[in-house]
Design a protein around this ligand. Structure first.
Ligand code: NAD
Ligand code: IPM
Ligand code: MN
Length: 360
């Protein structure tokens, strides 16, 4: 019987360091739970671009479509414009496979002091609309050579796109604390936002048990710093969700720990799992990157593939390591990427009895 097919794109910078760490951790837990995972390494990224003038082969998306999931590190190097690298790889994958939800958990981690010194537990989920909004391709160009140079890009919200993000967030809120915050900017000059609000409100009429609040993005950003423990599920447009997820990740300790799942909830196409952070050129090559964002994304991948006990086991393993005081530098520790990852692999073994036999 063949195993689960996972396409692996390490990408650039610390992607090349945290991605192998993520695979080691996922493999350790897969072995304990008897899961067969077939990793297919694809050397796509900026080096591939330098050789071939493109980020992925002409049939790259078709290759990815043959897989059950995509495990990605990070993309981007200082000397190639991000518009080439990100719009050549990451964004096309999110769109081709209708990964319209970008799910980004944010949690207090054991042994990690949050940056805002709250004693209360932070445990929230950001549901980022991942296919449209401010990231539309309409317009999207600069007009040069005119007396007044200018750049335009249309902000596009469709009823279908907003409603499916709101529905996903509402379902999630039902399964959690029942509170949903919608990030908006309908007071200002963003003319698409009243439409966002209207579709979110309309969608939520199907979820009378969910308490919906709309908060203006500027005040919401401040409030997430001051009172992160008050939030449960946040639904946000593509750009607002992007910004809030780095902010909330940093509030709990470091964006290096923040995971994400780019989901095609209908499972018609593969979903993609990657840390929230980027390729971090400032620390790349030093072996000090925090691999938690990647390892936790691996746990989200196992969960989405239906391997709940293995996912819970892996999450417990890195939490156990943190609780024991092993931390990378961004979290105030001294552990290298390798040391932290080895500790997670050991913790997977140590916790095996607790999680074995719970597989369906
Ligand atoms: P970044 O997330 O790479 O780094 C921001 C800061 O956080 C840096 O100081 C970095 O050292 C630190 N950091 C990030 N991840 C860390 C980790 N795992 N451990 C410890 N410290 C960590 O953001 P940036 O510097 O703005 O972007 C660098 C490149 O990455 C750019 O080309 C950008 O476009 C790209 N990027 C790619 C993705 C992706 O592939 N999904 C996401 C974000 C940014
Ligand atoms: C992220 C990243 C990407 C985004 C960039 C690199 C295009 O910041 O995944 O959060 O904005 O979606
Ligand atoms: Mn981002």
């Amino acid at each position: 019987m063949s195993g689960t097919r996972i396409a692996v794109v390490a990408g650039d910078g610390i992607g090349l360091e945290v991605l192998p760490a993520g695979i080691r951790a996922v493999d350790a837990v897969a072995e304990v739970h008897g899961l067969r995972l077939d990793w297919h390494h694809l050397d796509w990224g900026s080096e591939f671009y330098r050789r071939h003038g493109r980020m992925l082969p002409v049939d790259g998306l078709e290759v990815l479509a043959q897989h059950d999931a995509i495990f990605l590190g990070a993309v981007g190097v200082p000397d190639i414009p991000d518009v080439e690298t990100l719009w050549g790889l990451l964004i096309p994958i999110r769109r081709a496979f209708e990964q319209y939800i970008n799910l980004r958990p944010v949690k207090t981690l054991p042994g990690v002091t949050n940056r805002v010194r709250t004693d209360e537990v932070i445990d929230l989920m950001i549901v980022r609309e991942n296919n449209e909004g401010e990231y539309s391709e309409i317009g999207g160009r600069a007009y040069r050579g005119l007396p007044e140079e200018a750049a335009f890009q249309e902000n596009v919200f469709t009823r279908k796109g907003v409603a499916r993000a709101a529905r996903f967030a509402a379902e999630l809120a039902v399964s959690r604390g029942g509170r949903l915050t919608s990030a908006t900017k309908s007071n200002g000059i963003v003319h698409t936002m009243p439409f966002w609000d209207e579709v979110v409100r309309d969608t939520l009429t199907d979820y009378p048990s969910v308490e919906l609040r709309s908060e203006l993005i500027d005040a919401l950003a401040a409030s997430l710093v001051l009172h992160p423990e008050r939030y449960d599920v946040i639904v946000a447009s593509n750009l607002f969700g992007d910004i809030l997820s780095d902010l909330a990740g940093a509030v709990t300790g470091s964006i290096g720990s923040a995971p994400s799942a780019n989901l095609n909830p209908e499972r018609r196409h593969p979903s993609m799992f990657e840390p929230v952070h980027g390729s971090a050129p400032d620390i790349a090559g030093q072996g000090i990157a925090n691999p938690i964002g990647q390892i936790w994304s691996g746990a989200m991948m196992l969960d989405a593939l239906g391997h709940r006990p293995a996912a819970a086991h892996l999450t417990a393993a890195f939490e156990h390591v943190l609780a024991e005081g092993v931390r990378t530098r961004d979290l105030g520790g001294t552990a290298s990427t390798e040391q932290f990852t080895s500790a997670v692999v050991a913790a997977v073994g140590g916790l095996a009895d607790r999680y074995l036999g719970t597989d369906a």
